[in-house]
Design a protein around this ligand. Structure first.
Ligand code: UN1
Length: 493
C-alpha cells in the first residue's frame, strides 16, 4: 500500500504523531493508500526549514530562480498522464478534465518562469534634481498555503509558482482528500532541483495543521482556497496577527441566456459548466437565468443533453460525470434537492443519489435540473457544490443582471447573446471577477487574474500577474546623488 510522508527540509519524513489516515477513491470506495497525520510540532519544523532556506533564496537572482520553474514545467509535461491518473483516482474528476488540470499547472509554470525575467516594478522621475526613484518587488517571506481538493494541482500551482519565483518559501497543507497529487507535485519540485526547505508539505487536518499554519507568527502570509466558513475563520485568526491573507472562496455562478442567443451554443456552455467536474468547480454554473421567450426551448434542449450524460468512474474515457468527493458532500447535495422541492421549485431531471450498476460503491449524484426557481430561493442563493442547476426565468437583460448580482458571491458569470450592445452592458454590470460572453462560467486561463467580488474573496487574485501582488511587498527606493540635503515637498517649492 502506498504511504505518503511529510516533506520537510528536502526530506520525506514521518509525522511526530506516527499516525496515518486512509485515502480512498470516491468512485470505487477502494483504499488507495495512507498519509501522515501531522502535528503542530511538524509545522514548527517546516517553518524553521522554510526560514533557513528563504534566507539564501531571496538573494538568488529571479531569472535563476525561474530556471527551476522551467524544469518544473518540463517534468509536469513528462508526467502529465501519471499525474492526471492520480487526480482522477483520489478526487474523481473525469480523466480528460484531470489532464486539463495538469495542463493548467504546466501553463502556470512556463508563465511564472517568464516572470522571473520581469518581476516588474517602476522607475519614475523624482521631483528633485539629481535624485533617482524606483519601486521594486521583494519577497514577503514565508507563505502558508491551505489548498482545496477540487483543483488539487492547478490551484497549488497558482500559489506555489509565483511565491517561489518571487523569492518566498512555502509551508503547505493540502486538502485531506487529495494528498497523493500534492506529494507528486512536491516530488516534481524536488526532481527539478528546488533547494531544500523552500517547499514543505505537511499533511493533516485543518483543525490541527491548518490552524498551526495560520497561527504561526513566523508565517507571513496565508493563501487559502476553500469554503467561506473556513476562510472567515482564517481571516479572523490571521487578522489578529496582522498577517496578509489571500482568500478565494465560494461562488454561485450564473449563465444568462437572452432571447437572441444561439441556444445550441448556450446548451453546450451550460452542460459543460454545470455538470463538468460534477459541479464541483468554484466557477461551476449553478443558476441559469433565461429570458422567458426561450425558456421552454432551452429546457427541452437541456433535458435531451442531460439524458445523454454518462455517470461513472472518471478513469473510463467514455464517462462525462464522475463522483462527488465524499459521502457528506453527497448527502449535502441530496439535502439541497429536498430543500428545492420544499421551496416549490420544479424538478426536471435527476435529483437522486445513483446506486445502480455498481455506482453504490462510490458517491454518485444524478445530473440535476430545477426550473421555475425564483432568485431568492435557497437553491438559488447558496453554494451546493454538486451537479445541480436551477433555471430562473426573467423578462429582460436588466432583470437578468439584477438576479445575477443578487447573491452573496461574485466569482464568475456568463451571458449568451448575439447583441453587441447587450454584451457590453453585461460586461460592465455583471458584478463578478470573471465574465464570459458566449461561453460557460468555467475555463479561466492562468495568465489572467482569477478571483471574485463580494463573499468570494477579500480583494486578492490568484494567477495572472496579480498573483505577484500577493507574494511580494513593494519597496520604494530613493537615491540622492546631489551631494546635499534635499527636502522633498519643501526645497522644490
Ligand atoms: C476552481 O474551481 O476553483 O476556470 C478553479 C476554471 C478552471 C479553474 C477552476 N480553470 O474552471
Amino acid at each position: 500500500m502506498k504511504r505518503y510522508l511529510n516533506y520537510i527540509n528536502g526530506e520525506w519524513v514521518e509525522s511526530s504523531s506516527k499516525k496515518y489516515a486512509a485515502n480512498t477513491n470516491p468512485a470505487t470506495g477502494e483504499v488507495l493508500g495512507e498519509v501522515a497525520q501531522s502535528t503542530q510540532e511538524d509545522v514548527e519544523r517546516a517553518v524553521q526549514a522554510a526560514k533557513a532556506a528563504q534566507k539564501s533564496w531571496r538573494l538568488v537572482p529571479a531569472p535563476e530562480r525561474a530556471e527551476v520553474l522551467y524544469r518544473v514545467a518540463q517534468l509536469l509535461k513528462e508526467r502529465k498522464e501519471e499525474l492526471a491518473q492520480t487526480i482522477t483516482k483520489e478526487m474523481g474528476k473525469v480523466i480528460e478534465e484531470a489532464r486539463g488540470e495538469v495542463q493548467e499547472a504546466i501553463d502556470m509554470a512556463y508563465y511564472m518562469a517568464g516572470e522571473g525575467r520581469r518581476l516588474v516594478g517602476e522607475t519614475v522621475p523624482s521631483e528633485l534634481r539629481n535624485k533617482f526613484a524606483m519601486s521594486i518587488r521583494v519577497p514577503v517571506g514565508i507563505a502558508g498555503f491551505i489548498t482545496p481538493w477540487n483543483f488539487p494541482i492547478a490551484i497549488a500551482s497558482w500559489k506555489s509558482l509565483p511565491a517561489l519565483v518571487a523569492g518566498n518559501a512555502i509551508v503547505w497543507k493540502p486538502a485531506s482528500e487529495t494528498p497523493f497529487i500534492a506529494a507528486e507535485f512536491v516530488r516534481v519540485y524536488e526532481d527539478a532541483g528546488l533547494p531544500k526547505g523552500l517547499i514543505n508539505l505537511v499533511f493533516g487536518s485543518g483543525s490541527v495543521v491548518g490552524n498551526a499554519i495560520v497561527d504561526h507568527p513566523e508565517i507571513d502570509l496565508i493563501s487559502f482556497t476553500g469554503s467561506n466558513e473556513v476562510g472567515k475563520q482564517i481571516n479572523e485568526r490571521a487578522g489578529g496577527l496582522l498577517k496578509r491573507t489571500s482568500l478565494e472562496m465560494g461562488g454561485k455562478n450564473a449563465v444568462t441566456v437572452l432571447e437572441d442567443a444561439d441556444l445550441d451554443l448556450a446548451v453546450d456552455g451550460i452542460i459543460w459548466s454545470a455538470y463538468g467536474t460534477s459541479g464541483q468547480r468554484c466557477t461551476a454554473c449553478s443558476r441559469i437565468i433565461v429570458h422567458e421567450a426561450v425558456k421552454e426551448e432551452l429546457e427541452t434542449k437541456l433535458l435531451a443533453r442531460i439524458a445523454q450524460l454518462r455517470v461513472g468512474d472518471g478513469l473510463d474515457e467514455s464517462i462525462d460525470v464522475g463522483p462527488v468527493i465524499n459521502r457528506s458532500s453527497l448527502e449535502k447535495i441530496a439535502q439541497y434537492v429536498h430543500i428545492g422541492v420544499e421551496e416549490g421549485a420544479k424538478l426536471l431531471a435527476g435529483g437522486e443519489i445513483l446506486t445502480e450498476n455498481g455506482l453504490d460503491k462510490g458517491n454518485f449524484f444524478a445530473p440535476t435540473l430545477f426550473t421555475d426557481v425564483t432568485a431568492d430561493m435557497r437553491i438559488a442563493q447558496e453554494e451546493i457544490f454538486g451537479p445541480v442547476a436551477s433555471i430562473i426565468p426573467v423578462k429582460s437583460l436588466e432583470e437578468a443582471i439584477e438576479v445575477n448580482n443578487s447573491v452573496a458571491f461574485g466569482l464568475s458569470s456568463s451571458i449568451f447573446t448575439q447583441d453587441i450592445n447587450k454584451a457590453f452592458a453585461a460586461m460592465r454590470d455583471l458584478d463578478t471577477g470573471i465574465v464570459y460572453v458566449n461561453a460557460g462560467t468555467t475555463g479561466a486561463e492562468i495568465h489572467l487574474p482569477f478571483g471574485g467580488t463580494k463573499g468570494t474573496g477579500n480583494g486578492h487574485r490568484d494567477s495572472g500577474v496579480a498573483a505577484l501582488d500577493v507574494f511580494t511587498e513593494w519597496k520604494s527606493i530613493y537615491v540622492d546623488y546631489s551631494g546635499k540635503l534635499q527636502r522633498a515637498q519643501i526645497d522644490n517649492n
